[in-house]
Ligand binder design. Sequence first.
Ligand code: 5GP
Ligand code: MN
Length: 341
Amino acid sequence: MLFPSAPTAAVAALKELLSRPRQIAIVTHFNPDGDAMGSSLGLCAVLRKLGHKSRVVLPNTPPLNLHWMPGYADALAFDKQKEESERSVRESELLFCLDFNKPDRVGGLEDALRANPTKVLIDHHRHPDALAAVIFSDTSASSTSQMVFDIVSALGHADLIDTEAATCLYTGLMTDSGSFRFNSTTPHTLEVAAELMRRQVVPERIHEAIMDDNTEMRLKLLGFALSERLSVYPELRTAMIVLRKADLDRFNYQPGDTEGVVNYGLSIRGIRLAAFIVERPDVVKLSLRSKGALPVNEFLTAHFSGGGHGNAAGGHAKEPLAKVVERFLRELPAFLASHPA
Ligand code: 5GP
Ligand code: MN
C-alpha cells in the first residue's frame, strides 16, 4: 500500500525528531470532534509504544459521546487542568498539532502553542499556516486520522497500531467522512479502514457509541430547529438554521448537541448551500456545508474569520446574532453568483 499523506522528506524529518525518547504533547482544535480526538489519541498510543512520554492536550472538554474513546481518560483538557495543559503545550520537547492549521484554533492555548519551538503539523484543512518545523498537509485526505495511519506506516510502525489505537483512528475516518459518504472518501480511505478492521476494530460498536447516544433534549432541540428556525431561500438554493441562546437554554444545551444540525439543510431537494448560525456565549458561530464546486471556506475566510474545507467550513463573528445573519444574507448572493451551479 502507498501512503499518500506521508512524503519522504517530512517522514525523514519526523524520524529524526523521534530518534530518541522524547517528552511529547499532542494538541488539537477547540471543540474537538471525532477526528480531532481519534487522530490525537491514536497517535499518542503509538508514540507511547515507541518509548516516548506522550500526552494529549485538548483546548476544551469534548462532547460526552466521545468520552468512551480509548485513552481519553488520560488526556488533559485546558478548561479543567489549565496550568498543566499550558505547561505541557509550552514546554514539551515536541508538540504535535493535529487536525487544525491556524494557531487561533486552540483557544486559550494559543500563546503556549506559539511559544513551543518544535512543532509537527498533521492536518487536512486548506491553507495551512507555516506554524511548524515539520508539516504534513494533505487537503485530499478524508481525515487527519487517515493521515496518522499513513505517517505511522511510512515510519515503519504500522505494527504498533493496536486495537485501541485502531479504534481511535477508525472513529476519525468514519466521522470526518460522514460514515464514508463524502467525496473525500477514496479507495485509500477504505483501504485504511480495512487495515484498521484487521486490528479487530468493530465498526458497528463505534457507530453506535457516536451516533446512538442522543439525549431526549438533544433530539427535541433538533426538532425545534427544523420546525421553527429553518428558512429556505429557493432562489439562492440555500437553507439556513439560526439558533438563539434562549433556544439552546430552553433545551438544556450540552456541548455537541448541535453537531450535524447543518447537514439537514443540505438534505433538502435542490439546496446547494446550508448554513447553521448559532449564538455562543461570546461569539456567533457559523457552519456552512455545500454541494459541488461551491467553496464555502473561501466565503467564510473572506467575511467571517473562518476556514476549513471546500464543502464544509466554519467561521465566527463578534457582532450580535441578528447583525451576523443580516450580513450573511447580504454577502451571500454575490458569492453564489461567482460560483454558478
Ligand atoms: P464546523 O462547521 O463543523 O464547526 O466545522 C467545519 C470545518 O471548518 C471543520 O473542518 C473545522 O475545522 C473548520 N472550522 C470551523 N470553524 C472554524 C473557524 O472558526 N476557523 C477556521 N479556520 N476553520 C474552522
Ligand atoms: Mn478532521
